[in-house]
Design a binder for this molecule. Structure first.
Ligand SMILES: [Zn+2]
Length: 489
C-alpha cells in the first residue's frame, strides 16, 4: 500500500513519495525563543517527530530543517524591558527548548537555523522580490509584499482575496501600505531595534526581517526551491504559510512545497487535570510531576494529529499505566529464552498492521493499537515458554521496529534505599539533570525516614511518607534488602 498524507493545499489525502525518490526534504516551523515552549506546542513537534520516523520506516532518508525564530516583536519588547540584546534573551530559551525536546525524545532535526545568522539570505530574497516588482518600499521605509501582485494568494488558506481585503479594510490604520493585508518583508529599524541589536544594513534600508520571510529564506537555502513537505501547527496556515508561499513562489516561479501538513494543537484545560498532577503547562512541569516522555508520547499519539485533543490528568494516568506494560514486554522479550511459532505469527501480523496504520496519513492511534494488539498476543505466547529462537528474534525485531517509531517504552531509573544509602548510589545517574537528581536525593531521604518510622512501628507515618513520595511520581517497592525508589521516563 502506498504511503499517504493529508495535504492542506488540496484538502485531501494523497499518495506521497519524495520528489527524488530517496530523500524527503522537510521544513517544519520551529519555536519563537522568547519563552519556554508550552506542552501544546510540543504536540506539533511530536507530530513532526512521528512524521520523520514514519518516513524513515518507508526506507527514505529525511533531511529536516527546523528554524528558531530569534528576532521578532515579542523578543525585542522583552529585550527592551530587561535592558538586554535579543541574543541575550533568546540563547537561554533556545537551550531550554533543546533540553525539553530531548526529554520528550524528539529526534534532532538535521539543521536548526537561526534567523539572525541568515540575514544575507533574507536580504537577497527581499531584493529579488523588489526587482520583480511584487514588493515595494513604503513611506515608513519598510518593504512590503503586494498581495495584489501575486494572483495565487489565498490558495492554501482558501480565503477569498476579496474577503481578506474587505475584512481587513476596517482595521486598516496603517496608510503606508497599499493594502491592509500586504505583509512586511523587512521592517525599517526603530530606535528600540537598534538598542536590542536587532537591526541590519540592507540596500533598501536598515531594518530587520519579517517572520514569514525568515522561513522562506532558510527553507530554500537548505532544501532547495521546492520542498517535499512543509509542516507546522494548524494555526500557521494563515497568514504565515500563505505568506511563505507568496514570497517564495513569486521569487522562484516554482512550487514552494509539494505537501503542506498541519497538526492540531493540544489544548490545556485546567479543569481537565487531576488533583494529583495539578496544572501542567511546560515540559518542566511534566518532569517535576514524574510524567515520563514515554507517557506523554503515548498520550499524544493516541489521538490522530488532525484531531483536537485536551491534556487531561485521567488520560496521562492511563498512559503511564499503558507504557508500564510496554516496558514489561520489553523486559520479557529481553530475558525470554525462546518463543512459540505463534509468537512469530503475532509479530508479523502486528508489523503489517503497524505499517498500514502509519501509511494511512500517519494514523498513530491505529499504530499504537497495533503495538498493544501485539503486546497482548506476545505476552500470552511468552507464558507458554517455547524454545523457538527464530520466533523470539522475530518478536524482538518487530518490537524494536514499532518502538523505534513511537518511542514509548519507559526508561527506568531506580535506586535501592537502605538506612545508609546516600550520594554514591545517586552519582551513577549521569543521564539525570540537576532537578531530577535532587528529586531522587529527596526521595531517598524520605524513604529513609519511612524506614525509621517502620522500625519505630509508626505505620501511619510510614504510609503517609509513601503516599508523599508516590505523589511526586515515584514508584515505591518494598524489597528484601530495602525499599526501591523508581522513576519511569
Ligand atoms: Zn515558518
Amino acid at each position: 500500500m502506498s504511503f499517504r498524507l493529508y495535504n492542506t493545499l488540496t484538502r485531501s489525502v494523497e499518495p506521497f513519495a519524495p520528489a527524488d525518490g530517496e530523500t524527503v526534504r522537510m521544513y517544519t516551523c520551529g519555536p519563537t525563543v522568547y519563552d519556554p515552549a508550552h506542552v501544546g506546542n510540543f504536540r506539533t513537534f511530536l507530530f513532526n517527530d512521528l512524521m520523520r520516523r514514519a518516513l524513515r520506516l518507508q526506507g527514505w532518508k529525511v533531511v529536516q530543517v527546523q528554524n528558531l525564530t530569534d528576532v521578532d516583536d515579542k523578543i525585542i519588547t522583552r529585550a527592551a524591558a530587561t535592558g538586554k540584546t535579543i541574543i541575550e534573551v533568546t540563547e537561554p530559551i533556545t537551550e531550554i527548548f533543546h533540553k525539553d525536546r530531548r526529554y520528550l525524545r524528539i529526534e534532532d532535526a538535521e539543521v536548526y537555523p537561526k534567523a539572525t545568522t541568515h540575514i544575507p539570505e533574507m536580504v537577497a530574497l527581499v531584493q529579488t522580490l523588489l526587482d520583480k516588482g511584487v514588493a515595494y518600499t513604503a513611506e515608513d521605509g519598510s518593504v512590503y509584499f503586494g498581495i495584489d501582485r501575486f494572483p495565487a494568494y489565498g490558495r492554501l488558506s482558501r480565503l477569498d482575496t476579496r474577503e481578506i481585503r474587505s475584512g481587513a479594510r476596517v482595521a486598516q490604520d496603517d496608510y503606508s501600505k497599499e493594502n491592509a493585508q500586504d505583509f512586511a518583508l523587512w521592517k525599517a529599524a526603530k530606535p528600540e531595534d537598534e538598542a536590542a541589536s536587532a537591526a541590519w544594513d540592507a540596500p533598501f534600508g536598515r531594518g530587520r526581517p519579517g517572520w514569514h520571510l525568515e522561513c522562506s529564506a532558510m527553507a530554500m537555502k537548505y532544501l532547495g526551491e521546492t520542498l517535499d513537505i512543509h509542516g507546522g501547527g494548524i494555526d500557521l496556515v494563515f497568514p504565515h504559510h500563505e505568506d511563505e508561499i507568496a514570497q517564495s513562489e513569486a521569487a522562484t516561479g516554482k512550487v514552494f512545497s509539494r505537501f503542506w501538513c498541519h497538526g492540531e494543537f493540544l489544548q490545556i484545560d485546567g479543569t481537565k487535570m487531576s488533583k494529583r498532577l495539578g496544572n501542567i503547562t511546560t515540559v518542566k512541569d511534566l518532569r517535576e510531576r514524574g510524567i515520563s516522555a514515554a507517557a506523554l508520547r503515548h498520550f499524544v499519539y493516541s489521538t490522530h494529529y488532525r484531531k483536537q485533543m485536551n491534556l487531561s490528568g485521567e488520560g496521562l494516568e492511563a498512559s503511564l499505566e499503558a507504557v508500564r506494560r510496554v516496558g514489561e514486554l520489553a523486559h520479557r522479550l529481553e530475558t525470554a529464552r525462546g518463543g512459540t511459532p505463534e509468537l512469530a505469527v503475532a509479530a508479523r501480523e502486528g508489523e503489517a498492521a503497524f505499517r498500514a496504520a502509519l501509511s494511512d496519513d500517519l494514523n498513530a492511534p491505529e499504530a499504537v493499537a497495533a503495538l498493544f494488539g501485539f503486546l497482548q498476543r506476545a505476552n500470552a505466547e511468552l507464558d507458554r515458554k517455547g524454545g523457538d529462537q527464530e520466533a523470539l528474534a522475530e518478536a524482538r525485531r518487530v518490537f524494536l521496529l514499532m518502538d523505534g517509531v513511537l518511542d514509548i517504552s519507559p526508561r527506568v531509573t531506580r535506586v535501592l534505599v537502605g538506612p545508609d544509602t546516600v550520594e554514591p548510589a545517586l552519582a551513577a545517574f549521569t543521564d539525570l539533570d540537576e532537578a531530577e537528581r535532587s528529586g531522587f536525593a529527596w526521595g531517598v531521604e524520605r524513604l529513609q525516614a519511612r524506614l525509621a518510622a517502620r522500625k519505630a512501628r509508626d505505620f501511619a507515618a510510614a504510609d503517609a511518607i509513601r503516599a508523599e513520595v508516590e505523589g511526586r511520581g515515584f514508584v515505591v517497592k518494598d524489597m528484601p534488602l530495602g525499599t526501591q525508589l523508581e522513576r519511569w521516563r
